[in-house]
Design a protein around this ligand. Structure first.
Ligand code: SAM
Length: 96
């Protein structure tokens, strides 16, 4: 799971439950720092980033952290659930 223990501990209980329920089982999850680096390299703030192979949602999280919009496509229902679970806390954070 790609959030720090400090951030995890601050999550509402309902999100912690999701994290436990949907541990990231994606076999090829990419490091968030790598994806953030690549997104900064090829886009500007408020750009739209398309990831047609979203997997567990790393690109979407990177976009939220870097003020980019995103469109993610993923064919496996299980990975869509994982991605949604991972993305939710970051959407919550951007609204605070
Ligand atoms: C290399 S993984 C992406 C991993 C992602 N970057 C992450 O950090 O979790 C590629 C993903 O593309 C999905 N995929 C493959 N073919 C697809 C298609 N035609 N349409 C949508 N998703 C597809 C696979 O299910 C897989 O989850």
């Amino acid at each position: 799971m790609i959030i720090s223990a400090e951030k995890y501990n601050k999550l509402p209980e309902e999100y912690k439950k999701y994290f436990e329920e949907f541990r990231n089982k994606h076999p090829t999850i990419k490091p968030l720092s790598l994806i953030q680096y690549l997104i900064k390299l090829v886009s500007r703030k408020n750009s739209i980033v398309l990831d047609p192979f979203l997997g567990s949602g790393t690109t979407a999280i990177a976009c939220l952290k870097l003020n980019r919009n995103f469109i993610g496509i993923e064919k496996e229902e299980e990975y869509v659930k994982i991605a949604n679970t991972r993305i939710k806390p970051f959407i919550q954070q951007t609204k605070l």
